[in-house]
Design a binder for this molecule. Sequence first.
Ligand code: ADP
Length: 364
Amino acid sequence: MKILVLNCGSSSVKYKLFRFPHPRLIEKGLIEKIGEKDSSVRTHHEAIERVFSDIKEAGFIKSFKEIEIIGHRVVHGGEKFKDPVVINRGVIKEIRKNIKLAPLHNPANLEGIIACGKILPSARQVAVFDTAFHQTIPPFAYIYALPLELYKKYKIRRYGFHGTSHHYVAHEAAKLLGKPLRKLNLITIHLGNGCSISAIKKGKCIDTSMGFTPLEGLVMGTRCGNIDTAIVFYLHRQLGMSIESIDILLNKKSGLLGVSGLSNDFRKVKSAADKGNKEARLALDVFVYALKKYIGSYIMVLGKVDAVIFTAGIGENSRWVVREATKGIKSMLKDSPKVLVIPTNEELMIAALAYKVVKTKGTP
Ligand code: ADP
């Protein structure tokens, strides 16, 4: 059977088509600039029609009906979704409810789901949530030390993101180590444009660095990660910045870009640092130091660590980051952990989870 995986962003749709049950990638592609002025694709509906026609024209399918399952990456599942689900009206309602928690992502994810429902009603649609893998985090790790009312009434808590990637590399690590995941303690580190780290105990996630939003935690391409929250008041009161401009500053102008003043792209910052650029060097040092602190604290949280796993653009390619961030780790622990680099494949994980949930649960 064929499974289509869709990642619908605010102005783009990424897709991969797989053959199952013995997973094989058949085709992948990207429709960009949805809704932009000079673009021929005005809506997500049109973008998805384009995906289907591209796949058909390329000869990968003869009829749309060959696609039996469509797996969607959905960013925010709130507290409701701990696992992937076959999409029905109730699921759509819940995803809509979570728009206030992920205003940039969930609306586009929903548009993709609704469009597929209209274009290919015969396919089962499955939602795989970025937050789901982190739903095993215990309350003492997901509750912020704010008045508890804010959690009870408004669900302000740590959710964590990149869950599918952390889950996938944990799974692959278990295969490499030749042990069941449920018997492993792992630290998984996703270093792409966004960066996050998770502590996994006996196969279950027990903490992660991203929080209520993806802004918390590690230093990233353009996000600042952890800072003293009072800086926000200072920027507002003393520098007269609006909340909107502070939001842009922390999310889009900070991190590697903010400190180096050069770029959010790790390769550019690294090559400038290697040529002697001091700000670029400082940006890398700040990046790696934040990472080392998190690895150290997760070692404490886990006690025993079987492996530390690096993934995504930076994690898979920069030996320098892997080496710097794990320096001294072997002497810290009695049974020193393996340091592994494992390429992530969120789309394959989404396809595999979608296949499994349809096979076990069937029609909603
Ligand atoms: P996204 O989160 O958008 O999927 P990626 O996983 O592609 O991002 O990671 C993007 C980051 O990976 C960028 O900072 C880029 O510079 C970095 N990167 C890509 N290739 C390399 C490489 N060969 N060496 C070091 N960093 C790399």
